[in-house]
Design a binder for this molecule. Structure first.
Ligand code: SF4
Length: 343
């Protein structure tokens, strides 16, 4: 995964699974269009875990919904490309997209109870997509469902198969969702805050399970989270979003060791760190701007402790920091200018 400018289109790479270029998603409201995701570009490689982080309202989930084709009016992808296994998902019909959803690309959500139908057994909800996507008969689909329940470490899979969602605990329901998401061998799994609603012990088990399955099945996982502890635990690479744009991206080690964008620094300073005892956490001042009123220039400038004049008037471009670690901020240019001026 690399965040790149929309103009620079590298050659197709066999290890690449998804290529997003200039993705712009808007909500077309009564009198005006509101931009939720603003021209973002990144690549995902096969088998890697990429975390998308940022506060609520920064565009993480809308990015995932855009890729999955799950936006409903008034939201829609207005421009850009989502190239997945050679096809531009942004141009597919609803029917073509339905064939890919739950099959080649799967998604798991924060609260499995709202994603599962309370009136249908777990078995029915697991078997049906398997029958539809893998074209299996009833008995073979049931066998596959039971196999997936075993794979996600579910005790007594036959009993779970016959249960209704309300008869299971939160951790078990999330395991069912993972079993469901993996049942058709997707090459891309998008997990939107998959452990937020779970207690800490179950959270650790689910993360461990996702890591094992990723290693076993060589899946690419996009992990959407505001929990930087989960990111450090799981992700190979990190994309930081703010105001519908990507502001920093890089491999997890480099980004945690050398967070460079003031927003990323703010996120890390406001997160408890078990490796480093901090006297006090420092929340980022202010709040995420509403989509209807994005600041000009750098969108983070009203909250940034380092903002200067240029930040207010012009949007920064990408700056390379290290191999595969970039950010959008004027500070490096300012520093260079100052060094130049002072000899
Ligand atoms: Fe802060 Fe300016 Fe950098 Fe934006 S461009 S993050 S306002 S220093």
């Amino acid at each position: 995964m690399t965040a790149v400018s929309a103009q620079a289109l590298p050659q197709a790479d066999p290890s690449e699974l998804l290529r997003v270029r200039g993705l712009t998603t808007r909500f077309h409201l009564h009198k005006k269009a509101v931009t939720a995701v603003d021209g973002i570009s990144f690549d995902l490689k096969r088998g890697e875990v990429v975390a998308i982080v940022g506060e609520s309202g920064c565009g993480k989930s809308i990015t995932a919904f855009s890729i999955m084709g799950l936006l409903s009016p008034p939201g829609r992808v207005d421009s850009g490309e989502i190239l997945f296994e050679g096809r531009n998902l942004a141009k597919l019909s609803r029917e073509e997209m339905r064939d890919i959803q739950g099959n080649r690309i799967s998604m798991i959500f924060q609260e499995p109870l709202t994603s599962l139908n309370p009136l249908l057994t777990i078995g029915f909800q697991l078997d049906e997509p398997i029958r539809a996507h893998l074209k299996l008969g009833k008995a073979a689909a049931r066998e596959r469902s039971l196999e997936m329940l075993r794979k996600v470490g579910m005790p007594r899979p036959e009993a779970v198969h016959a249960s209704y969602p309300h008869e299971l605990s939160g951790g078990m329901r999330q395991r069912v969702m993972i079993a469901m998401a993996l049942s058709c061998n997707p090459s891309l799994l998008i997990a939107d805050e998959p452990t937020t609603a779970l207690d800490v012990t179950i959270q650790a088990q689910i993360l461990e399970l996702m890591k094992d399955l990723r290693n076993e099945l060589q899946m690419t996982i996009v992990l959407i989270t505001h929990d930087l502890g989960v990111v450090a635990e799981m992700a190979d690479r990190v994309i930081v979003m703010y105001g519908g744009q990507i502001v920093e991206q890089g491999d997890t080690f480099s980004l945690f060791r050398n967070p460079s964008h003031p927003y990323t620094q703010g996120l890390l300073n406001s997160t408890p760190n078990i490796h480093e005892l901090k006297d006090k956490l420092e929340p980022i001042k202010g709040t995420v701007p509403p989509l209807t009123n994005m600041p000009h220039g750098c969108r983070f400038h009203p909250r940034c402790p380092h903002a200067f004049e240029k930040c207010v008037s012009a949007a920064p471009g990408w700056v390379d920091l290290h191999d595969d670690h970039q950010m959008r901020c004027w500070l490096p240019e300012k520093k260079e200018r100052s060094l130049h001026e002072h000899g």
